[in-house]
Design a protein. Structure first.
Length: 136
Protein backbone atom coordinates (compact mmCIF):
# COMPACT_ATOMS: atom_id res chain seq x y z
CA UNK A 1 0.00 0.00 0.00
CA UNK A 2 1.46 3.35 -1.04
CA UNK A 3 1.24 6.20 1.45
CA UNK A 4 1.30 9.76 0.15
CA UNK A 5 2.17 12.43 2.67
CA UNK A 6 1.75 15.48 0.50
CA UNK A 7 4.88 17.14 1.86
CA UNK A 8 5.42 20.83 1.14
CA UNK A 9 8.19 23.41 1.58
CA UNK A 10 10.87 20.89 0.56
CA UNK A 11 14.43 22.14 1.10
CA UNK A 12 17.91 20.65 0.85
CA UNK A 13 19.35 21.06 4.34
CA UNK A 14 22.78 19.50 3.92
CA UNK A 15 24.87 17.16 1.81
CA UNK A 16 27.54 15.47 3.89
CA UNK A 17 30.04 12.65 4.06
CA UNK A 18 29.21 10.07 6.72
CA UNK A 19 31.98 10.19 9.32
CA UNK A 20 33.04 7.41 11.71
CA UNK A 21 31.55 9.43 14.62
CA UNK A 22 28.18 9.39 12.80
CA UNK A 23 28.31 5.57 12.93
CA UNK A 24 29.81 5.17 16.41
CA UNK A 25 27.21 3.57 18.73
CA UNK A 26 28.69 5.48 21.68
CA UNK A 27 27.80 8.78 20.02
CA UNK A 28 24.30 7.72 18.86
CA UNK A 29 23.85 10.83 16.71
CA UNK A 30 24.16 12.39 13.27
CA UNK A 31 25.52 15.94 13.26
CA UNK A 32 25.00 18.65 10.64
CA UNK A 33 27.26 21.64 11.20
CA UNK A 34 25.56 24.99 10.77
CA UNK A 35 28.38 26.10 8.44
CA UNK A 36 27.32 23.36 5.98
CA UNK A 37 23.55 23.87 6.24
CA UNK A 38 22.29 25.15 2.87
CA UNK A 39 18.75 26.30 3.67
CA UNK A 40 16.86 27.87 6.56
CA UNK A 41 14.34 25.18 7.44
CA UNK A 42 13.07 26.15 10.91
CA UNK A 43 10.08 28.40 11.53
CA UNK A 44 10.52 31.34 13.91
CA UNK A 45 8.70 29.41 16.67
CA UNK A 46 11.00 26.42 16.13
CA UNK A 47 14.05 28.70 16.21
CA UNK A 48 12.92 29.89 19.65
CA UNK A 49 12.85 26.30 20.92
CA UNK A 50 16.47 25.87 19.87
CA UNK A 51 17.49 29.18 21.48
CA UNK A 52 16.00 27.82 24.72
CA UNK A 53 17.86 24.49 24.31
CA UNK A 54 14.63 22.54 23.89
CA UNK A 55 14.96 20.91 20.49
CA UNK A 56 12.04 18.97 19.06
CA UNK A 57 10.89 15.52 17.97
CA UNK A 58 10.71 15.12 14.19
CA UNK A 59 10.15 12.30 11.73
CA UNK A 60 13.00 11.03 9.59
CA UNK A 61 12.42 9.00 6.44
CA UNK A 62 15.46 6.73 6.28
CA UNK A 63 17.23 5.64 3.07
CA UNK A 64 15.54 2.22 3.47
CA UNK A 65 12.20 4.11 3.60
CA UNK A 66 11.49 3.23 7.23
CA UNK A 67 10.11 6.18 9.18
CA UNK A 68 11.58 6.95 12.61
CA UNK A 69 11.00 9.61 15.22
CA UNK A 70 14.23 11.34 16.24
CA UNK A 71 15.02 14.27 18.48
CA UNK A 72 16.53 17.26 16.67
CA UNK A 73 18.61 19.54 18.82
CA UNK A 74 21.48 22.02 18.52
CA UNK A 75 24.85 21.37 20.12
CA UNK A 76 28.22 23.04 20.30
CA UNK A 77 30.63 20.49 18.82
CA UNK A 78 34.33 21.27 18.46
CA UNK A 79 33.85 25.04 18.64
CA UNK A 80 30.97 25.33 16.17
CA UNK A 81 27.24 24.71 16.37
CA UNK A 82 25.55 21.76 14.72
CA UNK A 83 22.05 20.41 14.41
CA UNK A 84 21.99 16.87 15.75
CA UNK A 85 19.62 13.95 15.19
CA UNK A 86 19.69 11.81 18.31
CA UNK A 87 17.46 9.20 19.95
CA UNK A 88 16.98 6.15 17.74
CA UNK A 89 20.07 7.01 15.64
CA UNK A 90 21.81 3.69 16.40
CA UNK A 91 18.69 1.83 15.21
CA UNK A 92 18.66 3.92 12.02
CA UNK A 93 22.31 2.98 11.39
CA UNK A 94 21.38 -0.71 11.83
CA UNK A 95 18.34 -0.36 9.53
CA UNK A 96 20.56 1.17 6.84
CA UNK A 97 23.81 -0.76 7.34
CA UNK A 98 24.17 -1.27 3.58
CA UNK A 99 23.87 2.50 3.00
CA UNK A 100 25.39 4.29 5.99
CA UNK A 101 29.10 3.56 5.69
CA UNK A 102 32.17 5.76 6.16
CA UNK A 103 32.55 8.29 3.33
CA UNK A 104 29.07 7.62 1.94
CA UNK A 105 27.49 10.88 0.83
CA UNK A 106 23.96 11.60 2.00
CA UNK A 107 21.56 14.47 1.59
CA UNK A 108 19.14 15.55 4.29
CA UNK A 109 15.98 17.21 2.97
CA UNK A 110 13.40 18.96 5.15
CA UNK A 111 9.68 19.05 4.44
CA UNK A 112 6.43 20.04 6.09
CA UNK A 113 3.42 17.77 6.42
CA UNK A 114 -0.10 17.89 7.82
CA UNK A 115 -2.38 20.68 8.94
CA UNK A 116 0.12 21.80 11.61
CA UNK A 117 2.91 21.91 9.02
CA UNK A 118 4.97 19.44 11.08
CA UNK A 119 8.69 19.40 10.30
CA UNK A 120 10.10 16.19 8.87
CA UNK A 121 13.27 15.06 7.14
CA UNK A 122 14.30 12.55 4.50
CA UNK A 123 17.79 11.10 4.13
CA UNK A 124 18.90 10.09 0.66
CA UNK A 125 22.13 8.30 -0.26
CA UNK A 126 23.96 10.09 -3.07
CA UNK A 127 27.20 8.08 -3.17
CA UNK A 128 28.30 4.74 -1.71
CA UNK A 129 30.77 4.61 1.13
CA UNK A 130 33.69 2.33 1.72
CA UNK A 131 33.24 -1.33 2.53
CA UNK A 132 34.99 -2.81 5.56
CA UNK A 133 37.63 -4.43 3.30
CA UNK A 134 38.43 -1.04 1.71
CA UNK A 135 38.95 0.55 5.13
CA UNK A 136 41.38 -2.09 6.49
Amino acid sequence: MKKTWGGTDIKLVIQKFIKPTDLNPGHNRLSMTLKQVRSKFLSEAEEEKFKNNQGMDVILVEPCLEVSKVHLTKWLIGGSFAYVFKTQWNQIVKNNADTLKPDAVVQIWSFRVGPESQLGFAMIKVKDGKTVSEIH
